[in-house]
Ligand binder design. Structure first.
Ligand SMILES: Nc1ncnc2c1ncn2[C@@H]1O[C@H](COP(=O)(O)OP(=O)(O)OP(=O)(O)O)[C@@H](O)[C@H]1O
Ligand SMILES: [Mg+2]
Length: 230
C-alpha cells in the first residue's frame, strides 16, 4: 500500500511534513552534558535508525522525544507544537517508547496486554490480542502465562505488543531485538516494516550490524552530538 506523506502546497510544491523538529536541544545532569545542541528534523512516515557508541546519549535523546524526561534547554516540536504543551498521557499514546530493558508488570501476560485497553477505557478485545501475539510468534496460551515464566526475548516481544495494540503515530524502539534469535528478529522486523508501510513513523536504536546495514535513514549520535544525519 502506498502512503502519501507529502502534501502539495497551493503553489504546487511538495511540502515535507516533519513530525519532530528538534531545535538546539541539550540535556545536562549536574556538570555532565549528556546531549549537546542537537538540531534535527524527523520526517513523518520515515523509519530511522539511531546509531552510535554505547553511552553516547541515544536512549536519553529517545526518552526526551517520548516525553519521559525533559531537555534542560532547547525545544522539541511534535507536529509543530512543543512536546510539553500536550497532555502527557495522551502524548505517550501518540509517541510510544519500547524500552531497552522492558519489564512486565502484574502476574500474567494478560495483565500487560489488558493495560492498553484500560488506559483508553475500552473493553479488552481478546481475539485482537491473540492475533497480535501470533504476529510475534507467540501462541494464545501465552496470555495466561505467569510473567515469571516467559523468557527475556518473549518479554521483549510482549512488551512491544503493549506499544502496538493501539498503534501510535511514532514508535521508538530501543534495542528491542537485542536478545532475539534470527528467526524472531526477522518476525519483529517484518511486523515493524508493515506498520511503517501503513504510516507509522519509527525511530529504532540499535547496535545490530545487520539492522544498521539494512537501514536507509540514519542518525548517528557521538558523545552527545548528532554527527551524521542522512
Ligand atoms: N540521569 C542521569 N544522570 C547521570 N548520567 C546519566 C543520566 N542519564 C544518562 N546518563 C549518562 O549519559 C550517557 C548517555 O546515556 P544513554 O543511556 O543515553 O546512552 P546510550 O547511547 O543509550 O548507550 P547504550 O548504547 O549503552 O544504550 C551515559 O554516560 C549515562 O551514564
Ligand atoms: Mg541506550
Amino acid at each position: 500500500m502506498l502512503i502519501i506523506i507529502s502534501k502539495i502546497s497551493g503553489r504546487g510544491e511538495m511540502i515535507v511534513e516533519n513530525i519532530f523538529d528538534v531545535q538546539d536541544l541539550s540535556y545536562q545532569v549536574g556538570n555532565k552534558e549528556i546531549l549537546k545542541h542537537i538540531s534535527v528534523k524527523i520526517e513523518k512516515g520515515k523509519y530511522i535508525t539511531v546509531v552510535g557508541p554505547s553511552g553516547s546519549g541515544k536512549s536519553t535523546f529517545m526518552r526526551i522525544l517520548a516525553s519521559m524526561i525533559s531537555q534542560t534547554s532547547g525545544k522539541v516540536l511534535f507536529e509543530g507544537k512543543a512536546i510539553d504543551s500536550y497532555e502527557p498521557t495522551k502524548y505517550r499514546q501518540r509517541v510510544s517508547y519500547a524500552f531497552q530493558q522492558p519489564t512486565l508488570f502484574g502476574k500474567t501476560v494478560r495483565d500487560n496486554l489488558t493495560f492498553p485497553f484500560e488506559v483508553r477505557n475500552e473493553e479488552f478485545d481478546e481475539s485482537k490480542v491473540k492475533q497480535y501475539l501470533k504476529m510475534v510468534n507467540l501462541d494464545e496460551s501465552y496470555l495466561d502465562k505467569s510473567v515469571n515464566d516467559v523468557s527475556g526475548g518473549e518479554k521483549q516481544r510482549i512488551a512491544l505488543l503493549r506499544n502496538l495494540i493501539f498503534p501510535p503515530e511514532v514508535l521508538i524502539t530501543d534495542e528491542v531485538t537485542a536478545g532475539l534469535d534470527v528467526e524472531n528478529k526477522n518476525i519483529v522486523h517484518s511486523m515493524l516494516a508493515e506498520f511503517n508501510q501503513r504510516g507509522l513513523t519509527i525511530l529504532r536504536v540499535t547496535h545490530d550490524e545487520s539492522e544498521i546495514e539494512a537501514s536507509h535513514d540514519k542518525i548517528t549520535i557521538k558523545n552527545g552530538e548528532v554527527v551524521d544525519n542522512v
